[in-house]
Design a protein around this ligand. Structure first.
Ligand code: NAP
Length: 247
């Protein structure tokens, strides 16, 4: 028995070149997992994460794919099959947010928000389903705005609600093999997509009784628990990590 909780496990973290995904990849490596550091555009960031993991004595590879494109997700999994040739944990972290008035919604907005936030995790989970080892783990990412929608963010809210719905279904489908599927539901978090303007930070900080936004490590802690062997009886649920915020 290795000393670390994820010793011998292989974890895929999507969108791990920056933001919350970067911190998840580093944490799972510290917990002993071999990490597949997935990225779309952030090649330098992903390579930096791989180097940091190697420096701490861990193992990681950086693989690229646009998760909104099914053929690219298939190619990603072909690379995973070749090396490291095993999969225990999938963290569907990659996502994008965009807002704007309903009257101004473009085809590009719809394609990006649903392509990356809904089809992306669906394609990844679909490829992962037959490859995940028994007692594997899937963690999906929703957002507080899925249940507390904001004006101008309807597409993003709907996409994240779809992820929660998938989660409940996949948990029932994969449970027979001991595989758990859950959603983490952050509020505004930094580093990450909440890093826009000080006003934006201030707005969301005000929505929490803690009067601040979340730190990526506070989201990572929830992911680390959900992917651990200890979380074997937690499945099909959505865990809020938003400092009791309501936006
Ligand atoms: N931070 C928050 O305030 C907050 C709040 C609620 C929920 N969330 C959720 O938490 C998750 C992580 O968010 P974050 O804050 O870390 O976001 P972020 O800093 O904006 O990073 C977004 C990540 O998604 C990846 N990505 C974007 N388009 C992609 C594509 N077509 N194919 C593959 N990957 C793609 C990016 O990869 P590249 O850089 O390599 O392109 C990047 O790693 C998301 O699901 C988000 O919806 C975040």
């Amino acid at each position: 028995m290795g000393g670390k909780v994820l010793e011998g496990k292989v974890a895929l973290v999507t969108g791990a070149g920056r933001g919350i995904g970067r911190e998840i990849a580093l944490r799972l490596a510290r917990d002993g997992a071999t990490v597949i550091v997935h990225y779309a555009q952030s090649r330098a960031g992903a390579e930096e994460v791989v180097a940091e993991i190697a420096a701490m004595g861990g193992t990681a590879v950086a693989y690229q794919a646009d998760i909104a494109r099914r053929e690219e997700v298939k190619a990603l999994f072909a690379r995973i099959d070749a090396h490291p040739g095993r999969l225990d944990i999938v963290v569907n972290n990659a996502g994008v947010s965009a807002g704007g008035a309903l009257a101004d919604v473009t085809d590009e907005d719809i394609a990006a928000i649903f392509g990356i936030n809904v089809f992306g995790p669906l394609y990844v989970a679909s490829e992962a389903a037959s490859r995940l080892a028994d007692n594997g783990r899937v963690v999906n990412f929703s957002s507080t705005v899925a249940t507390h929608p904001l004006a101008g963010a309807g597409l993003y809210s709907a996409a994240k609600k779809a992820v929660e719905s998938f989660t409940e279904s996949w948990a029932r489908e994969l449970g027979a093999r001991g595989i758990t599927v859950n959603t983490v539901v952050p509020g505004a978090t930094s580093p990450g997509m909440a890093d826009r303007t000080p006003e934006y930070h201030g707005y969301f900080a005000n929505a929490s009784p803690f009067k601040r936004i979340g730190r990526a490590e506070e989201i990572v802690a929830v992911v680390a628990f959900l992917v651990s062997p200890e979380a074997s009886w937690v499945s099909g649920t959505h865990i809020l990590a938003n400092g009791a915020g309501n936006t």
